[in-house]
Design a protein around this ligand. Structure first.
Ligand code: HEM
Ligand code: HEM
Length: 474
């Protein structure tokens, strides 16, 4: 219990007994520095991710107001805006994670990644994303949520992922260390299967059930399995770097975790097949393996607590730790617990297509992958001359705004989701009538969204002002 409070003290600022000035001086001396030249590649991926994040919340705040006042004049139609918002919600955390991987690989294997290949991948991805967003704003939507893009752009995204995989593989093959760290195995398997899962869903199929079936292979197997593997590796590596804890403490359960993430993620995706006309036995597979998906999430929380317990509270940068805790805890609540609730067919028959799904989508996607990107941002960017002066104070204010905004959005969507599921599916009231009744909770969601947006804008502005206006100190 004492340990639990030690950890809470790390997260809650006014609970900390440390002298702030003293702490920030010692923090400075412990800030990690770049050891491999190729780690610099991660700066641009993280910067692009944060700029896209800031842009996304601008759009989202507008969309949430449109939910309350539907006739409000908007620069783009709601469906295009939604496609934009949802695509961005996948792509910016993806860029952040790729940036994190470019940072951790050289540390883990003692060898630089190929900088040229990484730069080609970066610019290919950015140009492709600009083409995708340009075409979406011109109305070229295809109805494929999350990774909506015209086929040529999908091919370019696949190419970017293949280049990424080749770069990782080449680095591992040239590695100086003799043993394979489990974290690297999780990473390679995660990236490899992310590509494999993307390919069938690039195409569209005449049979609507087949089309939906493959649609879920991409984003949903990604977020519930292949990306979970990658982030488990990234979290394990940054825990090792930040805490100086023994490797075996972090890696003890790693193989079990990898096995469980693959097994439960690939089969648990069956909970997305409940409504698409897939054979009925998917109900049982989705239910059983979906419910088991909470086990590896608990492993991740356990590993993080265990590492902090063993490392005498030595950190490289307190803010990074806060964001890391937020990642782990929102992953537990948003992905683990809410996912667990909705994976039961007897519950899903009421919650499907309601605000409960939106609640889970926000808490799991931003809570896990968004907060992880911010963890990497505050861990890695202060190591670069140009962004050395990123304000930890602003990062701290943003941390509380993001968390409280997300919590308020979450509570509002939860209440709205429960009422909507009950009135729509149990009582049988017509959809639009129920929608009208939800307006007060949508106002709550918008307020939460605005608080959240405040946090995002503080981070975005701090980054932009460091890049554009502040002199870099040699
Ligand atoms: C960080 C990991 C996760 C992320 C980012 C995530 C994200 C999402 C998103 C965005 C949706 C909305 C899908 C749509 O609109 O088509 C969704 C739906 C769903 N997810 Fe997750 N999820 C995660 C983990 C999980 C886990 C671990 C479980 C099970 C324990 C789960 C169970 C579900 C269920 C049951 C649905 C609703 C399906 C429906 O009724 O349409 N998710 N998830
Ligand atoms: C200012 C903050 C935000 C606001 C106000 C907001 C608002 C909205 C609105 C109005 C929708 C469409 C309707 C709905 O599903 O209820 C939506 C959908 C969605 N948003 Fe956000 N959003 C915000 C931030 C984010 C972030 C940071 C992410 C992830 C990185 C995200 C991920 C999603 C996802 C996955 C969906 C689709 C959910 C589904 O239909 O199943 N949002 N959001």
């Amino acid at each position: 219990m004492g340990r639990f409070f030690d950890i809470v003290k790390q997260i809650v600022p006014f609970w900390s007994t440390n002298n702030n000035k003293k702490r920030s001086e010692s923090e400075q001396s412990k800030i990690k520095t770049i050891e491999y030249e190729s780690q610099r590649v991660s700066f641009k991926f993280l910067i692009a991710a944060i700029l896209m994040f800031t842009f996304q919340v601008f759009l989202a705040s507008g969309a949430s107001i449109e939910f309350i006042i539907p006739d409000l004049p908007a620069p783009i139609p709601f469906n295009s805006g939604r496609a934009f918002h949802i695509n961005l919600s996948v792509f910016w955390p993806l860029l952040g994670i790729i940036g994190g991987v470019y940072y951790i690989i050289p540390e883990e294997v003692g060898y630089d990644t190929n900088i040229k290949i990484a730069n080609i991948q970066f610019w290919l991805t950015i140009v492709t994303l600009l083409l995708i967003y340009g075409s979406l704003s011109l109305g070229f939507t295809t109805g494929r949520e999350y990774l909506e893009a015209l086929l040529p752009f999908k091919i370019l995204i696949a190419l970017s992922l293949i280049i990424f995989f080749i770069n990782i593989l080449l680095t591992l093959l040239k590695r100086k260390i003799t043993e394979w760290h489990p974290t690297m195995i999780g990473l390679v398997v995660g990236v490899f299967f992310s590509i494999i899962m993307y390919i069938p869903s690039m195409l569209t199929y005449k049979n609507i059930a087949m089309d939906e079936f493959f649609k879920f292979w991409t984003v949903h197997i990604w977020v519930e399995s292949t990306l979970e593997l990658i982030i488990a590796s990234v979290i394990a590596s940054i825990l090792l770097m930040m805490t100086g804890v023994e490797r075996k403490t972090v890696e003890r359960w790693y193989y079990v975790e990898v096995f469980l993430v693959i097994l439960t993620g690939f089969l648990g995706v069956g909970h997305h097949y409940f409504w698409i006309g897939a054979p009925h036995w998917w109900l049982y597979i989705g239910m059983i393996f979906g419910a088991l998906q909470i086990v590896p999430v608990f492993f991740l929380v356990y590993t993080a607590f265990k590492s902090v317990k063993r490392q005498n509270m030595k950190t490289t940068n307190d803010l990074t730790f806060k964001y890391l805790w937020a990642t782990v805890l929102w992953n537990l609540v948003g992905a683990g617990i809410l996912g667990f609730i909705m994976t039961w067919p007897s519950i899903n028959q009421y919650t499907h297509g309601t605000e409960m799904v939106s609640l889970h989508g926000h808490l799991a996607l931003f809570g896990t992958y968004g907060f992880l990107t911010l963890t990497l941002f505050y861990f890695i960017l202060p190591q670069w001359q140009r962004t050395k002066n990123l304000s930890m104070k602003k990062g701290n204010i943003a941390f509380w705004l993001l968390n409280s905004g997300l919590a308020l959005m979450g509570i509002s969507l939860f209440v709205a989701g429960v009422i909507q599921s009950y009135l729509l599916r149990y009582v049988g009231i017509e959809f639009t009538k129920v929608r009208e009744l939800l307006v007060p909770y949508m106002i709550g969601r918008t307020l939460g969204g605005l608080i959240f947006a405040g946090g995002a804008i503080i981070i975005g502005w701090d980054l932009i002002s460091n890049l554009l206006f502040k002199k870099s100190i040699p």
